[in-house]
Design a protein around this ligand. Structure first.
Ligand code: MN
Ligand code: MN
Length: 482
């Protein structure tokens, strides 16, 4: 409702009918920040948070959302996805995964452009070409905000030469793999860590020991153990722990930060914890599947095992408990999905194929908040405040998104209204991602996403997508402010 302000002074000037001060007011919810939670109203103007206060007048707003009984969370930032870019055959898969992310409460996602995400063979030859093509092919396609962490491969010509321009154009984070045919050798990894770090960027590393992995695969195949379940036996925790320790050593020698992706086991976590204790800038993430699932998933049918052919593989239960403890005590910095929209019917076909030829990865872009809230907060392993730190505030800080990640005045109004009293059963039939399954099929979860705003506009409203293709903006990032 418009309001009238009357100024009393010598001339008693009356200003008739000022426009409302806020476009939107979210009233009565429990606003959660890393520092604490309180019932408060959130006022939005120009797509940004204008005020967070316990009692903002409804008269000051054009529109109201009643959030009574709901948690008001900062939008989730997923820093680890392998979304596929649109192609002539499958024009909707990038958009579709962005919609799925929105349904799950994610308001910004960062993508990798590794081989397999749809980048042409030609553009894979240079880091700069891979970036340009990815930007072109994702332009005006996403429903939510997004960014790129560019993948550096052994096949690229002089990737270091393309780093300054990439960082200037808002891409300060890069990923390199210690394994796979496009992974880099140790000497290259050492120089890349130094080059990226010196330019003010950060290298994300897939840490596994190449020789140990090759030996593990040869051992399993040589013994005739070719079924999907033996994927896990081929890369046990010591393969990941050795790779993680080595990457930490290389980053330490170069005097630069290291970001270890997808930690799955206690041994690798110990390496990170030791490095942090020594004051080194070593950061690490884990993923929902390592927090909710375990190696028993490889004991069933091949059909079920193949759903969890991911790298690193699911681990024995004590590792799961160790990861939760690491999230709670700060040894792990954040949770991200490692979303790969592989389909059982296409990329993950396993008939007549040994485990080492099955595409690694599982979908998860829509289930991040669900799994972390339900398995973490509802089960008492994390506080709700620590959860928003892990899913929003820290990703924003580490990945150079200063306008995002918290519910403070001046930030983008990226907001999730979450019903902690709801419960549901996860099923691929209800999800919206570009894959044809979920590794969480049949899992009961507490809580549900009701409404999601990106820069003040509803993208999901009462559980239904109401956003639009191309609304999402590419986020030019910089790590200088963190
Ligand atoms: Mn990886
Ligand atoms: Mn990954």
């Amino acid at each position: 409702m418009p309001c009238t302000l009357t100024h009393y002074g010598p001339d008693k000037v009356t200003i008739p009918t000022l426009a409302a001060r806020f476009e939107l007011l979210i009233r009565g919810g429990t606003v959660v920040t890393p520092a604490g939670s309180r019932i408060a109203d959130v006022a939005i103007r120009g797509g940004a948070i204008a005020a967070v206060d316990p009692d903002i007048s409804a008269d000051a707003a054009e529109r109201l959302i009643d959030a009574t009984g709901l948690l008001v969370l900062p939008g989730v930032i997923d820093v680890h996805t392998h979304t596929r870019v649109a192609s002539d055959e499958e024009p909707d898969r990038f958009f579709q995964d962005s919609v799925a992310a929105a349904y799950g409460g994610t308001t910004t996602f960062l993508c990798f452009n590794n081989p397999g995400t749809g980048i042409s063979a030609r553009a894979q030859g240079r880091l700069g070409d891979g970036i340009s093509e990815w930007l072109d092919r994702t332009a005006n396609d996403a429903a939510i905000d997004y960014g790129l962490s560019a993948v550096i491969t052994a096949q690229q010509e002089d990737p270091a030469g393309d780093l300054p321009r990439a960082i200037e154009s808002g891409i300060p984070t890069f990923k390199a793999f210690m394994v796979y045919d496009f992974g880099v050798d140790e000497q290259t990894l050492a120089s890349l860590l130094g080059q990226v770090g010196t330019l003010g960027g950060m290298l994300q590393v897939h840490c596994e020991d190449r020789q140990m992995l090759a030996a593990g695969i040869a051992r399993e195949l040589g013994a005739g153990r070719t079924a999907p379940r033996f994927h896990a036996d081929s890369r046990p925790p010591d393969v990941e722990a050795a790779g993680t320790r080595r990457a930490i050593e290389l980053a330490t020698a170069a005097g630069v930060p290291l970001y270890a992706v997808h930690l799955s086991c206690a041994d690798a976590l110990d390496a990170v914890r030791d490095a942090k204790r020594d004051g080194r800038p070593v950061y690490a993430e884990s993923c929902p599947h390592y927090l909710a699932l375990d190696a028993s998933r490889y004991e069933g049918s091949d059909e079920d095992a193949v759903r969890c052919c991911i790298a690193p593989p699911l681990r024995e239960r004590p590792n799961v408990d160790a990861l939760w403890a690491g999230l709670a005590d700060g040894s792990l910095d954040l949770v991200a999905t490692d979303h790969v929209p592989d389909r059982l019917s296409v990329e993950k076909r396993h008939e007549g194929v040994s485990f080492d030829a099955i595409s690694n990865g599982a979908p998860g872009i829509e289930t991040l908040l669900s799994v972390v809230y339900s398995e973490g907060v509802a089960k008492g392993r994390l506080t709700i405040e620590r959860m928003v730190d892990l899913l929003a505030a820290t990703p924003a800080r580490l990945f150079g998104l200063p306008r995002k990640g918290s519910l403070d005045a001046g930030k983008d109004a990226d907001i999730v209204l979450f019903d902690p009293g709801a419960s549901k059963v996860l099923s691929a039939a209800d999800l919206h991602h570009a894959s044809d399954y979920t590794p969480y099929e049949g899992m009961s979860v507490r809580g549900a996403v009701r409404t999601v705003l990106v820069r003040g506009s509803e993208v999901v409203l009462n559980g239904e997508f109401v956003g639009s293709r191309g609304y999402g903006r590419f986020q030019e990032r910089s790590l200088s402010s963190r």
